[in-house]
Design a protein around this ligand. Structure first.
Ligand code: PNS
Length: 158
């Protein structure tokens, strides 16, 4: 049984994340979506708000669960007996950071492998940062996020 952890800020979850989660759920026995803080970013939504949006978006995925990760990713991966870290790769611009993180986690974690999954090209330009910017400025985000996330974005940002 292979357990995969898909970590991310999910601030908020968008259709590109959901695409990657669907792909991971077809490959691995169990997928844990781990909502974490990225030291380089100040989150707009609290852990609980992000968890609510992720859980709503993932209803119907029987082998996917959601959790909050408040610490070192690699420690969490060991604690959950997972063998794999999943990350999405949208474009070459993601590569350097992802490569660095994968190697750091390998150095810290030994046996843990990082799997990169590529979302549908329909989602490759979507990022949480851009979705928040568009929403804050009154733009339409319905094609980037599920409807409940759009509602939360409007409530929080407008
Ligand atoms: O969605 P993001 O912001 O690209 O996700 C980055 C995230 C949260 C996966 C990364 O910052 C992380 O792993 N944070 C947990 C703390 C940690 O282990 N940092 C060292 C990573 S090598």
């Amino acid at each position: 049984m292979t357990i995969a952890v898909y970590p991310g800020s999910f601030d908020p979850i968008h259709n590109g994340h959901i695409d990657v989660i669907g792909r991971a759920a077809r490959i691995f026995d169990r997928v844990i979506v781990a909502i974490a803080n990225n030291d380089a970013k100040t989150p707009c939504f609290s852990f609980e708000e992000r968890r609510f949006m992720v859980e709503e978006a993932l209803q119907g995925y029987f082998n996917v669960e959601t959790d909050i990760l408040d610490g070192l990713l690699i420690d969490y991966v060991h604690k959950r007996n997972a063998g794999v870290i999943v990350r999405g790769l949208r474009a070459v611009s993601d590569f350097e950071y992802e490569f660095q993180m994968a190697l750091m986690n390998r150095r810290l974690g030994g046996e843990i492998e990082t799997f990169f999954l590529v979302p549908s090209e329909a989602h490759t330009f979507i990022s949480s940062r851009l979705v928040k910017e568009v929403a804050r400025l009154g733009g339409e985000v319905a094609s980037f996020v599920p409807s409940h996330v759009k509602k939360e974005l409007i409530r929080k940002l407008l």
